[in-house]
Design a binder for this molecule. Sequence first.
Ligand code: F42
Length: 333
Amino acid sequence: MRFGIEFVPDMKYYELEYYVKLAEDSGFEYTWITDHYNNRNVYSILTILALKTQTIKLGPGVTNPYHINPALTASAIATINEVSGGRAVLGIGAGDKVTFERIGISWEKPLKRMREAIEIIRELHAGKSVKYDGEIFKFNGARLGFKTGSIPIYVGAQGPKMLKLAAELGDGVLINASHPKDFEEAKKNIDAGLEKAGKSVDAFDVVAYASMSVDKNRDNARNAARIVVAFIVAGSPEVVLQRHGLKDEDVNKVREALNNAFTKGDWPGVAKAVTDEMIDIFSISGTPDDVIERVNELAKVGVTQVVAGSPIGPDKKKSIKLIGKEIIPKFKE
Ligand code: F42
């Protein structure tokens, strides 16, 4: 099992640099930086992180082919690869509908756009002159002016078709989920994609891009996860809520509480509406032993990397150190 960590660039660059350095020193192998227009720019931040770290692999988790043309993504990630001495990984997904709407991007043909973008990026990284007559992208002899080497591509995916595409075209898949049941389900589509491409599962990284909250005190860890879990519950498709047998009335309570929080600032009401069952389903929260147990369960259903995503814990710094001291070493033995 490999360990990764996710950061949102919603803090000053030097704070992010501090956390990523701490994660590297604590034994994390990957850091994934989220990409939304309203946060600091992902490649500016990655450049700083690439210069300030030595071993951790790093990349956007995830960028998308709507904000920028695949040629620019190919060049940007190759620059990070050069600056970091070959440690770049490219996380790319279809993007976030809600943030796109705010900047006038319509979310059309996400599958097609993803397929074409990945094919183009691969060709550019292979040093080819790219002629591509796609439905979305038309390239007419584009070539990068510097050697990039091959950079692993990880696809952010949840839906059945995107999971298949990730397995077919990617080196790994970043799945926003925390519970083994969701990976059992995802695995069927991943296996189908791998089979279609004639690829072996051993060469493919199945990543649980999870919400994690760790603390020595179980209640503190679980309480710190409540708000993040509320957002995940509210945004989960019906099929996922049904898979876990959540009652409509409980889910609606969370949605109403979030509305109240936005209109009246009642965030304690959101925390109260989140049930223990929801915390178990949509996050990996608890003591280091609780987390180890869950990571072992995830390994059994084919997960090969666990990413510690928000909130990480009630005190980020303490939680990163705790994961490095008590969790990661258990999987190196
Ligand atoms: N999104 C961001 O914007 N920023 C981030 O930092 C970010 C991080 C992230 C990390 C992990 C992860 O798993 C996802 C992450 N995301 C982030 C979200 C990501 O960008 C995607 O929104 C998310 O992964 C959605 O994936 P999805 O697999 O559910 O795919 C969507 C598009 C979907 O609906 N897929 C369906 C499916 O079955 O897979 C298929 C939809 C379909 O068939 N579309 C057709 C087509 O051709 O594309 C027709 C649609 C049309 O337009 O007519």
